[in-house]
Ligand binder design. Structure first.
Ligand code: PXL
Length: 277
């Protein structure tokens, strides 16, 4: 019997609104991956609602992780998402030194549609820039790719422009890159940059856009990366899953801010051959 894969998820707990850990945990568990969670912040709900409370968890993270270390917990992968403060870069760097992760998946959660999320500062963007340099796989959306490369955001970036920005990230240390949310006419695409190949896979764009889909996408890619699935296939799996969830969410009249009702389709993600590589 081969070994079950395990992952440490560093992300916020948003109590309501289907994003970050409330998305990552069920998805990765459905993929039969053992999960440990490291909260970066505890919010009443995600920041896309008219109001929210936020408790920054930075001050507790060192002792939390020291305890994990002394209990000799170990993980095959690290998956980071939303940060609660700029200082969490230091905590995660320390984590990289003290745990021996084979795969490091960084979702550089920062913003959407050209704007930062309300809780994000420029200093936090700088922390994320640093973190991405350590990643074996990173999954920025187009807005985040622009922030990461100090490129002014504009709608309808060309594939060539996106390729150039990917090369900049690669030069700074990122290994594989998937850029999400590339809009072309009525299509939505994801760019895949691995080794020396750059490809964009498009599919029909399902509106309305909903929060949390970036988290669904990166959680699936993180799981598939641990399961050693080919990246292009993983991107197709994640895109198809999100499209299915967007259609069902509209059919079920889910309020837009409540994200996608991915629970309805979790069975699509259960590996056919079990939990092993
Ligand atoms: O889906 C990204 C995300 C994660 N965490 C929090 C958020 C958002 C997006 O709005 O507010 C707290």
């Amino acid at each position: 019997m081969k070994k079950q894969q395990s992952i440490a998820i560093v992300n916020d707990i948003s109590g309501f609104g289907r994003c970050s850990i409330t998305v990552a945990l069920p998805i990765l568990c459905a993929m039969k991956i053992q999960c440990g969670i490291v909260p970066t912040a505890i919010l009443s709900n995600h920041t896309g609602y008219p109001d929210y409370t936020l408790l920054d968890f930075t001050a507790h993270m060192d002792s939390y992780l020291e305890k994990w270390k002394s209990l000799q917990f170990s993980f095959d992968g690290l998956y980071t998402g939303y940060l609660g403060s700029k200082d969490q870069l230091r905590v995660i760097r320390h984590m990289l030194k003290s745990f021996d992760f084979e795969k490091i998946i960084v979702d550089p959660v920062m913003g959407d549609d050209g704007v930062l999320y309300p809780s994000y500062t420029q200093e936090m963007c700088n922390s994320l820039k640093q973190l991405v340099t350590h990643s074996t796989l990173t999954t920025p959306n187009v807005t985040e790719l622009c922030f990461l490369t100090d490129t002014p955001y504009k709608e309808n970036l060309t594939e060539d422009e996106i390729f150039e920005m990917c090369k900049m990230l690669r030069k700074n240390g990122a290994k594989k890159i998937v850029v999400t949310g590339i809009v072309k006419d009525n299509l939505i695409g994801n760019a895949i940059y691995e080794d020396d190949s750059f490809d964009v896979l498009y599919d029909e764009r399902i509106l309305p856009l909903r929060p949390g889909t970036g988290d669904v996408f990166s959680a699936i890619l993180a799981g598939e990366s641990l399961l050693d699935m080919p990246l292009k296939e993983s991107v197709k799996t994640a895109a198809h899953f999100i499209k299915t969830c967007l259609i069902t969410s509209s059919e079920m009249e889910v309020p837009i801010n409540d994200g996608v009702c991915f629970e309805e389709h979790l069975n699509m993600l259960i590996p056919k051959k079990g939990c092993t590589k």
